[in-house]
Unconditional design. Structure first.
Length: 304
């Protein structure tokens, strides 16, 4: 299977439009060695022709312009995106659906009932698309039952319920229900290889660890280095945990559990602009390098 990183940043991207944290200011001024990042999304294909989009970020226009495979130009109106899978209803993962409103048929959208609820009430993107060509909703269950997507022959998908947070406009913001957040395992039956994708991860439960341990590639939540990172930068008094994101560096953080795994190639995605690992010359980036943990970057391609 082919995996293409459309965007590797967290909400707001990097640099964020209104942010003057060390990283954002530094990358704008050229004083910090770092790459700009759009908001998180990936695309997966079994044949390199038809693609499944995982989350639709507000930056999707740029992301598609930068990835010509998504515009094969076979007809006057065309796209290589055949279906869209949504892992949660957060703004950075769904707003791009509005950009895709000109599609000439209903979009095939795969998401849980909890996500569907939020996207038809608190943030009614699906209702809005109903005034265009609409959507065909394919419900993703949270019982770990695998499913297939017709446009991705040979790939098997499994949704893994995760503990994170629901979006701010959700009735279950801090009182989550199964399906508010899922990680997705995609296995290629021809190669036997699988990737586990979880851009928003608050608590790493045992069943999630198991999926990661058995993956060939993990693409996981790389939002923050420390839980109090936003307040340290004077940006917000919110802890990452309150927003549903585990930190990387503290006890029980991402580095410690990734270090315990032998099999997977380990890649962080959904990296917030405050995170010191974005600075390629930082001590924190060196810690990741030493641990063999990579940062996803926009345009990164992975073959499995
Ligand atoms: C998150 O990942 O917690 C959200 O995307 C934050 C946001 O709304 O930007
Ligand atoms: Mn986010
Ligand atoms: Zn910033």
């Amino acid at each position: 299977m082919h995996i293409h990183v459309m965007g590797s940043g967290a909400g707001g991207g990097f640099p964020q439009w209104n942010c003057n944290c060390n990283n954002c200011k530094g990358v704008r001024e050229g004083t910090v060695k770092a790459s700009r990042r759009t908001q998180s999304s990936i695309a997966i294909s079994s044949d390199g022709v038809d693609w499944i989009l995982f989350n639709a970020s507000p930056d999707i226009k740029k992301q598609m312009d930068d990835f010509p495979a998504l515009q094969p130009a076979r007809e006057v109106r065309d796209t290589a995106i055949k279906a869209i899978l949504i892992t949660d209803a957060q703004i950075d993962h769904v707003t791009g659906l509005l950009t895709l409103r000109e599609h000439n048929k209903p979009w095939d959208i795969y998401c849980t009932e909890a996500v569907h609820d939020d996207l038809t009430t608190g943030f009614p993107v699906f209702n809005i698309l109903g005034h265009f060509r609409g959507i065909n909703w394919h419900e993703i269950k949270t019982d770990l039952e695998s499913f297939t997507i017709p446009a991705a022959p040979g790939l098997i998908f499994t949704a893994v319920p995760l503990k994170s947070e629901a979006p701010p406009y959700s009735p279950h913001r801090h009182n989550t229900v199964p399906g508010d957040n899922v990680g997705i395992r995609v296995e290629d039956t021809r190669t036997g290889k699988n990737v586990f994708y979880a851009p928003g991860l608050g608590v790493v439960e045992d069943h999630v660890l198991e999926f990661m341990r058995n993956a060939d590639v993990v693409l996981v939540d790389g939002t923050v280095w420390t839980d109090d990172e936003m307040s340290k930068e004077g940006i917000s008094d919110k802890r990452a945990q309150e927003m549903g994101h585990i930190n990387q560096s503290e006890d029980g953080g991402t580095i410690s559990f990734l270090n315990s795994m032998e099999r997977p190639r380990k890649i962080l995605i959904h990296i917030n602009n405050t995170n010191p690992i974005l600075n390629e010359e930082s001590a924190e980036r060196q810690v990741l390098n030493n641990a063999g943990i990579e940062l996803a970057y926009d345009g990164m391609d992975i073959e499995l």
